[in-house]
Ligand binder design. Structure first.
Ligand SMILES: C[S@@+](CC[C@H](N)C(=O)[O-])C[C@H]1O[C@@H](n2cnc3c(N)ncnc32)[C@H](O)[C@@H]1O
Length: 332
Protein backbone atom coordinates (compact mmCIF):
# COMPACT_ATOMS: atom_id res chain seq x y z
CA UNK A 1 0.00 0.00 0.00
CA UNK A 2 1.35 3.45 -0.89
CA UNK A 3 1.38 6.42 1.49
CA UNK A 4 -0.81 9.33 0.41
CA UNK A 5 0.82 12.73 -0.25
CA UNK A 6 0.13 15.22 2.53
CA UNK A 7 -0.23 12.45 5.15
CA UNK A 8 2.59 11.43 7.51
CA UNK A 9 4.56 8.20 7.25
CA UNK A 10 5.83 6.57 10.43
CA UNK A 11 8.23 3.68 10.82
CA UNK A 12 8.62 1.44 13.86
CA UNK A 13 10.14 -1.84 14.98
CA UNK A 14 8.60 -4.82 13.16
CA UNK A 15 5.60 -6.19 15.08
CA UNK A 16 4.96 -2.88 16.85
CA UNK A 17 2.62 -1.46 14.16
CA UNK A 18 -0.50 -2.08 16.33
CA UNK A 19 1.05 -0.16 19.23
CA UNK A 20 2.06 2.76 17.01
CA UNK A 21 -1.37 2.64 15.35
CA UNK A 22 -3.03 2.84 18.77
CA UNK A 23 -0.93 5.83 19.84
CA UNK A 24 -1.87 7.65 16.62
CA UNK A 25 -5.54 6.70 16.99
CA UNK A 26 -5.54 8.01 20.58
CA UNK A 27 -4.14 11.29 19.21
CA UNK A 28 -6.99 11.47 16.66
CA UNK A 29 -4.55 11.20 13.73
CA UNK A 30 -6.59 8.67 11.67
CA UNK A 31 -3.86 6.06 11.21
CA UNK A 32 -3.67 3.28 8.64
CA UNK A 33 -1.17 0.41 8.72
CA UNK A 34 0.56 0.30 5.32
CA UNK A 35 2.64 -2.81 5.88
CA UNK A 36 5.34 -4.22 8.11
CA UNK A 37 6.94 -1.43 10.18
CA UNK A 38 4.99 1.30 8.34
CA UNK A 39 1.95 3.32 9.45
CA UNK A 40 0.55 6.51 7.89
CA UNK A 41 -1.62 9.14 9.54
CA UNK A 42 -2.87 12.69 9.40
CA UNK A 43 -0.25 15.25 10.36
CA UNK A 44 -0.34 16.34 13.98
CA UNK A 45 2.10 19.06 14.91
CA UNK A 46 4.60 18.03 17.54
CA UNK A 47 3.40 14.45 17.95
CA UNK A 48 6.13 12.41 19.67
CA UNK A 49 5.17 8.79 20.05
CA UNK A 50 6.84 6.04 22.06
CA UNK A 51 6.78 3.46 19.27
CA UNK A 52 7.83 5.68 16.32
CA UNK A 53 11.42 5.59 15.10
CA UNK A 54 11.08 8.17 12.35
CA UNK A 55 8.31 10.14 10.64
CA UNK A 56 7.92 12.58 7.74
CA UNK A 57 5.32 14.38 5.67
CA UNK A 58 4.71 12.52 2.42
CA UNK A 59 5.61 14.45 -0.74
CA UNK A 60 5.02 11.68 -3.28
CA UNK A 61 4.79 7.90 -3.66
CA UNK A 62 6.14 5.72 -6.45
CA UNK A 63 5.50 2.09 -7.43
CA UNK A 64 9.12 1.00 -6.91
CA UNK A 65 12.79 1.95 -6.89
CA UNK A 66 13.50 1.65 -10.63
CA UNK A 67 16.16 4.20 -11.74
CA UNK A 68 13.80 5.67 -14.34
CA UNK A 69 11.58 6.89 -11.47
CA UNK A 70 14.48 8.86 -9.96
CA UNK A 71 13.92 12.08 -12.01
CA UNK A 72 10.32 12.34 -10.73
CA UNK A 73 11.56 11.75 -7.18
CA UNK A 74 14.23 14.44 -7.60
CA UNK A 75 11.57 16.78 -8.97
CA UNK A 76 9.43 16.27 -5.84
CA UNK A 77 12.48 17.10 -3.68
CA UNK A 78 13.59 20.07 -5.81
CA UNK A 79 10.11 21.62 -5.41
CA UNK A 80 10.81 22.17 -1.69
CA UNK A 81 11.55 25.79 -0.68
CA UNK A 82 15.18 26.56 -1.56
CA UNK A 83 15.68 28.56 1.66
CA UNK A 84 16.84 25.52 3.68
CA UNK A 85 19.55 22.98 2.79
CA UNK A 86 18.53 19.38 2.16
CA UNK A 87 19.90 16.28 3.87
CA UNK A 88 19.00 13.36 1.60
CA UNK A 89 18.63 9.93 3.18
CA UNK A 90 17.24 6.56 2.15
CA UNK A 91 16.03 3.77 4.37
CA UNK A 92 14.10 0.53 4.16
CA UNK A 93 11.54 -0.69 6.70
CA UNK A 94 13.45 -2.72 9.30
CA UNK A 95 11.98 -6.07 8.24
CA UNK A 96 13.46 -9.09 6.43
CA UNK A 97 11.78 -8.06 3.15
CA UNK A 98 12.71 -4.42 3.66
CA UNK A 99 16.33 -5.10 4.57
CA UNK A 100 16.76 -7.13 1.38
CA UNK A 101 16.27 -3.81 -0.47
CA UNK A 102 19.12 -1.99 1.31
CA UNK A 103 21.48 -1.95 -1.71
CA UNK A 104 18.64 -0.75 -3.97
CA UNK A 105 17.85 2.04 -1.50
CA UNK A 106 21.48 3.20 -1.43
CA UNK A 107 21.67 3.18 -5.23
CA UNK A 108 18.43 5.14 -5.52
CA UNK A 109 19.64 7.76 -3.06
CA UNK A 110 22.85 8.21 -5.09
CA UNK A 111 20.88 8.58 -8.33
CA UNK A 112 18.46 11.13 -6.85
CA UNK A 113 21.35 12.98 -5.22
CA UNK A 114 23.07 13.26 -8.61
CA UNK A 115 19.94 14.88 -10.06
CA UNK A 116 19.71 17.60 -7.41
CA UNK A 117 21.71 20.86 -7.50
CA UNK A 118 24.82 20.26 -5.36
CA UNK A 119 24.47 23.66 -3.67
CA UNK A 120 21.15 22.60 -2.11
CA UNK A 121 22.58 19.49 -0.42
CA UNK A 122 24.09 19.33 3.06
CA UNK A 123 26.38 16.29 3.41
CA UNK A 124 27.15 16.66 7.13
CA UNK A 125 24.06 15.23 8.84
CA UNK A 126 25.40 16.23 12.27
CA UNK A 127 24.90 19.89 11.28
CA UNK A 128 21.33 19.35 10.05
CA UNK A 129 19.65 20.84 13.12
CA UNK A 130 21.91 23.87 13.56
CA UNK A 131 21.60 24.80 9.87
CA UNK A 132 17.79 24.45 9.86
CA UNK A 133 18.03 21.77 7.15
CA UNK A 134 15.16 19.72 5.82
CA UNK A 135 15.56 15.99 6.26
CA UNK A 136 14.38 14.33 3.06
CA UNK A 137 13.86 10.56 3.15
CA UNK A 138 13.35 7.99 0.45
CA UNK A 139 11.57 5.11 2.18
CA UNK A 140 12.20 2.09 -0.05
CA UNK A 141 9.65 -0.61 0.85
CA UNK A 142 8.60 -3.71 -1.12
CA UNK A 143 6.58 -2.35 -4.07
CA UNK A 144 6.61 1.33 -3.06
CA UNK A 145 9.01 4.21 -2.56
CA UNK A 146 7.77 7.13 -0.49
CA UNK A 147 9.51 10.49 -0.62
CA UNK A 148 8.96 12.71 2.39
CA UNK A 149 10.33 15.60 4.40
CA UNK A 150 10.56 16.81 7.98
CA UNK A 151 12.48 19.80 9.37
CA UNK A 152 15.63 18.31 10.92
CA UNK A 153 14.91 20.18 14.18
CA UNK A 154 11.60 18.32 14.49
CA UNK A 155 12.84 14.93 13.31
CA UNK A 156 12.56 12.06 15.79
CA UNK A 157 16.05 10.99 14.73
CA UNK A 158 18.77 12.10 12.31
CA UNK A 159 19.62 8.47 11.52
CA UNK A 160 18.01 7.08 8.34
CA UNK A 161 14.74 5.43 9.38
CA UNK A 162 15.62 6.15 13.01
CA UNK A 163 18.12 3.29 13.05
CA UNK A 164 20.74 4.73 15.37
CA UNK A 165 23.36 1.98 15.40
CA UNK A 166 25.74 2.50 18.32
CA UNK A 167 28.23 -0.24 17.47
CA UNK A 168 31.56 1.10 16.33
CA UNK A 169 34.06 -0.74 14.12
CA UNK A 170 36.03 -3.37 16.02
CA UNK A 171 33.76 -3.27 19.09
CA UNK A 172 31.55 -5.99 20.51
CA UNK A 173 29.50 -4.22 23.20
CA UNK A 174 26.51 -5.97 24.78
CA UNK A 175 23.06 -4.97 23.53
CA UNK A 176 22.47 -3.47 27.00
CA UNK A 177 25.51 -1.20 26.57
CA UNK A 178 24.28 -0.08 23.15
CA UNK A 179 20.85 0.76 24.62
CA UNK A 180 22.57 3.05 27.11
CA UNK A 181 24.78 4.65 24.45
CA UNK A 182 21.75 5.36 22.28
CA UNK A 183 19.83 6.84 25.23
CA UNK A 184 22.76 9.10 26.18
CA UNK A 185 23.23 10.11 22.54
CA UNK A 186 19.76 11.71 22.63
CA UNK A 187 20.48 13.84 25.72
CA UNK A 188 21.88 17.39 25.64
CA UNK A 189 24.60 16.35 28.14
CA UNK A 190 25.96 13.15 29.61
CA UNK A 191 27.28 11.82 32.89
CA UNK A 192 30.96 12.62 33.12
CA UNK A 193 34.01 12.81 35.34
CA UNK A 194 33.12 13.12 39.00
CA UNK A 195 29.37 12.51 38.56
CA UNK A 196 27.83 9.99 40.93
CA UNK A 197 25.47 7.52 39.28
CA UNK A 198 23.24 4.85 40.75
CA UNK A 199 22.61 1.91 38.42
CA UNK A 200 19.58 -0.15 39.50
CA UNK A 201 19.56 -3.65 37.98
CA UNK A 202 23.21 -3.25 37.05
CA UNK A 203 24.39 -6.86 36.54
CA UNK A 204 26.34 -8.08 34.68
CA UNK A 205 27.52 -4.49 34.26
CA UNK A 206 27.29 -3.21 30.68
CA UNK A 207 25.77 0.14 31.76
CA UNK A 208 28.05 0.47 34.79
CA UNK A 209 31.07 -0.20 32.59
CA UNK A 210 30.04 2.53 30.13
CA UNK A 211 29.45 5.03 32.93
CA UNK A 212 32.81 4.28 34.55
CA UNK A 213 34.55 4.66 31.19
CA UNK A 214 33.10 8.21 31.07
CA UNK A 215 34.79 8.97 34.38
CA UNK A 216 31.70 8.61 36.62
CA UNK A 217 31.50 6.84 39.97
CA UNK A 218 28.82 4.16 40.06
CA UNK A 219 26.80 2.57 42.84
CA UNK A 220 25.65 -0.63 41.13
CA UNK A 221 22.59 -2.16 42.79
CA UNK A 222 21.72 -5.74 41.87
CA UNK A 223 21.42 -9.02 43.82
CA UNK A 224 23.25 -10.69 40.91
CA UNK A 225 27.03 -10.68 40.34
CA UNK A 226 28.91 -8.04 38.35
CA UNK A 227 31.66 -8.87 35.86
CA UNK A 228 34.91 -9.45 37.82
CA UNK A 229 36.70 -6.42 36.31
CA UNK A 230 33.92 -4.16 37.62
CA UNK A 231 33.67 -5.82 41.01
CA UNK A 232 37.31 -4.82 41.64
CA UNK A 233 37.08 -1.31 40.07
CA UNK A 234 37.63 1.41 42.74
CA UNK A 235 35.04 3.66 41.06
CA UNK A 236 32.33 0.99 41.42
CA UNK A 237 30.50 0.07 44.63
CA UNK A 238 28.36 -3.02 44.26
CA UNK A 239 25.35 -3.09 46.59
CA UNK A 240 24.18 -6.68 46.33
CA UNK A 241 20.53 -6.21 47.30
CA UNK A 242 17.14 -5.47 45.79
CA UNK A 243 16.69 -1.98 44.36
CA UNK A 244 13.43 -1.78 46.31
CA UNK A 245 15.41 -1.98 49.58
CA UNK A 246 18.14 0.48 48.57
CA UNK A 247 18.33 4.17 49.55
CA UNK A 248 21.34 6.40 48.72
CA UNK A 249 23.27 7.97 51.61
CA UNK A 250 23.03 11.34 49.83
CA UNK A 251 21.46 12.61 46.59
CA UNK A 252 23.28 11.56 43.40
CA UNK A 253 23.60 13.13 39.95
CA UNK A 254 22.13 10.37 37.83
CA UNK A 255 19.72 7.50 38.35
CA UNK A 256 19.96 4.68 35.81
CA UNK A 257 17.64 1.71 35.82
CA UNK A 258 17.53 -1.37 33.59
CA UNK A 259 15.84 -3.70 36.07
CA UNK A 260 14.05 -6.69 34.64
CA UNK A 261 10.91 -6.15 36.68
CA UNK A 262 7.22 -5.20 36.39
CA UNK A 263 6.88 -1.76 34.76
CA UNK A 264 4.37 -0.25 37.18
CA UNK A 265 6.42 -1.28 40.21
CA UNK A 266 9.58 0.07 38.60
CA UNK A 267 7.76 3.34 37.82
CA UNK A 268 6.69 3.62 41.46
CA UNK A 269 10.28 3.08 42.57
CA UNK A 270 11.55 5.75 40.14
CA UNK A 271 8.77 8.08 41.34
CA UNK A 272 9.98 7.62 44.92
CA UNK A 273 13.48 8.69 43.81
CA UNK A 274 11.97 11.76 42.13
CA UNK A 275 9.77 12.75 45.09
CA UNK A 276 12.64 12.45 47.53
CA UNK A 277 15.04 14.36 45.28
CA UNK A 278 17.52 11.48 45.39
CA UNK A 279 18.76 12.08 41.79
CA UNK A 280 18.87 15.00 39.33
CA UNK A 281 18.64 13.02 36.07
CA UNK A 282 16.92 9.82 35.10
CA UNK A 283 17.56 7.27 32.34
CA UNK A 284 15.51 4.09 32.67
CA UNK A 285 14.61 1.15 30.50
CA UNK A 286 11.06 -0.05 31.11
CA UNK A 287 10.21 -3.62 30.14
CA UNK A 288 6.89 -4.10 28.33
CA UNK A 289 6.41 -7.84 27.74
CA UNK A 290 2.59 -7.60 27.85
CA UNK A 291 0.37 -7.36 24.74
CA UNK A 292 -1.45 -4.23 25.82
CA UNK A 293 1.48 -1.84 26.10
CA UNK A 294 -0.01 1.65 25.69
CA UNK A 295 -2.32 1.59 28.75
CA UNK A 296 0.66 0.51 30.87
CA UNK A 297 2.81 3.27 29.37
CA UNK A 298 0.13 5.82 30.16
CA UNK A 299 0.25 4.78 33.81
CA UNK A 300 4.06 4.78 33.82
CA UNK A 301 4.08 8.36 32.46
CA UNK A 302 1.51 9.46 35.04
CA UNK A 303 3.40 7.84 37.92
CA UNK A 304 6.74 9.41 36.92
CA UNK A 305 5.40 12.93 36.37
CA UNK A 306 2.45 13.30 38.78
CA UNK A 307 3.68 11.13 41.66
CA UNK A 308 7.43 11.49 41.05
CA UNK A 309 7.70 15.10 39.88
CA UNK A 310 10.06 14.10 37.04
CA UNK A 311 10.15 16.79 34.34
CA UNK A 312 10.97 16.82 30.61
CA UNK A 313 9.90 13.18 30.33
CA UNK A 314 10.72 11.40 27.06
CA UNK A 315 9.45 7.89 26.37
CA UNK A 316 10.83 6.21 23.24
CA UNK A 317 11.41 2.74 21.93
CA UNK A 318 14.98 3.21 20.77
CA UNK A 319 16.55 1.30 17.90
CA UNK A 320 18.35 -1.02 20.34
CA UNK A 321 15.22 -1.55 22.48
CA UNK A 322 13.20 -4.72 21.99
CA UNK A 323 10.04 -5.26 24.07
CA UNK A 324 10.87 -2.18 26.10
CA UNK A 325 11.09 1.60 26.00
CA UNK A 326 13.64 4.06 27.35
CA UNK A 327 12.58 7.02 29.48
CA UNK A 328 14.64 10.09 30.29
CA UNK A 329 13.76 12.94 32.66
CA UNK A 330 15.21 15.46 35.08
CA UNK A 331 14.20 17.02 38.38
CA UNK A 332 14.44 20.77 37.56
C1 LIG B 1 18.64 -6.60 31.69
S1 LIG B 1 19.54 -6.97 33.11
C2 LIG B 1 20.48 -5.51 33.32
C3 LIG B 1 21.61 -5.41 32.38
C4 LIG B 1 22.57 -4.28 32.73
N1 LIG B 1 21.98 -3.00 32.49
C5 LIG B 1 23.85 -4.38 31.94
O1 LIG B 1 24.15 -3.48 31.17
O2 LIG B 1 24.58 -5.36 32.13
C6 LIG B 1 18.35 -6.88 34.37
C7 LIG B 1 18.88 -6.97 35.78
O3 LIG B 1 17.84 -6.60 36.66
C8 LIG B 1 18.14 -7.23 37.88
N2 LIG B 1 17.00 -7.12 38.81
C9 LIG B 1 15.79 -7.71 38.74
N3 LIG B 1 15.07 -7.38 39.85
C10 LIG B 1 15.85 -6.57 40.60
C11 LIG B 1 15.68 -5.90 41.84
N4 LIG B 1 14.55 -6.00 42.54
N5 LIG B 1 16.68 -5.13 42.29
C12 LIG B 1 17.83 -5.01 41.59
N6 LIG B 1 18.06 -5.63 40.43
C13 LIG B 1 17.08 -6.40 39.94
C14 LIG B 1 18.50 -8.64 37.48
O4 LIG B 1 19.24 -9.29 38.50
C15 LIG B 1 19.31 -8.38 36.20
O5 LIG B 1 20.68 -8.38 36.50
Amino acid sequence: MAARPGRWLWTCRIGFEPHLYEELAWAGAEPRVLGEALVESEGKQGLVLAFARQSFRVLASFPGAAPELAPAMAQAVAALPASAPIVLQAFTPDTPRGNALAAEADALRETVRGLLPANRLLEDTDRARETGAQLVSLCVAPGAVTVGVVPAREALSLAPGGRRRMKRAGESPSRAAMKLEEALDGLPFEPGRGDVCVDLGAAPGGWTQRLVSRGAKVIAVDPARLMPELASNPRVRHVQESAFAFAPEEPVDWLFCDMAWRPLEVAQLLAKWGRRGWASHLVANIKLPMNDKNPILLRVRHTLTEDGGWKGLTVRQLYHDRDEVTVTAHRR
